[in-house]
Design a protein around this ligand. Structure first.
Ligand SMILES: Cc1cc2nc3c(=O)[nH]c(=O)nc-3n(C[C@H](O)[C@H](O)[C@H](O)COP(=O)(O)O)c2cc1C
Length: 203
């Protein structure tokens, strides 16, 4: 008897210090109805936005499709900053490779982008120009470097004026990828934020 009480006490203390004993797992309330496509442009080597896209797919299923440029941006970060600014300032829609999926086959289209100068990346401008999203539900998501979503969600709504655009998700990019903290401890932010967001926006 004393042994059982002692073990229960130790388990409670361990749970208390880990902060994990009372945390209930976050689960998706319900999957959206309809055929789902997740379209995503992700540029950096970390692939932050693509990682967020896979978290969404893990929850809602559907098909995931990367937007890729015919001539990708430079490898150098400082050059990408200049090239992207040039495209955005001049309304240039860079050529993209044909999508692997037909947007017309889907009812719900998640659209993901890194935040670039407060908006979505130019290759997605090309995507919006080439695909008719009328009558579809469009759900934007983005990753950023700490500045938040800027006017990206408003810009998605403007680019898809005949769609039902749901409230978007903005994740800080460095919280999305696996990263090293201190002396080699790997840490990855939890996809719970994605689930909580989906539970809020999906009726
Ligand atoms: C051209 C360029 C512009 C950027 N502009 C912003 C910005 O306005 N606000 C911000 O918070 N982060 C900005 N960032 C950082 C990216 O949004 C962030 O690193 C993102 O998670 C990268 O996603 P990816 O790995 O999918 O490419 C910018 C990065 C680049 C390359």
């Amino acid at each position: 008897m004393r042994k059982t009480v002692l073990m229960t006490l130790m388990a409670s203390l361990l749970g208390f210090f880990c902060g994990c004993s009372n945390s209930s797992p976050v689960t998706l309330n319900r999957k959206p109805e309809g055929r789902i496509l997740i379209v995503c442009y992700s540029e950096s080597a970390n692939q932050n936005t693509m990682t967020a896209a896979t978290w969404i797919q893990e929850q809602v299923g559907g098909d995931l499709c990367a937007v890729k440029m015919v001539t990708p941006y430079s490898d150098s970060y400082s050059k990408v900053l200049k090239e992207a600014k040039h495209h955005l300032d001049n309304g240039i829609k860079p050529e993209i490779l044909p999508l692997e999926k037909k947007v017309g086959d889907y009812d719900i289209v998640f659209v993901g982008s890194p935040v670039w100068y407060g908006t979505f990346a130019p290759p997605l401008g090309t995507f919006f120009g080439q695909n008719d999203l009328s009558g579809k539900t469009v759900i934007p998501f983005c990753t950023h470097g700490g500045g938040g979503s800027g006017h990206l969600f408003e810009d998605v709504a403007k680019a898809a004026p005949k769609s039902k655009v749901l409230p978007g998700l903005a994740l800080k990019g460095s919280n999305v990828v696996e990263r090293t903290i201190g002396r080699g401890t790997a840490s990855k932010a939890s996809p719970d934020e994605v689930i909580e967001w989906l539970n809020e926006i999906l009726e």
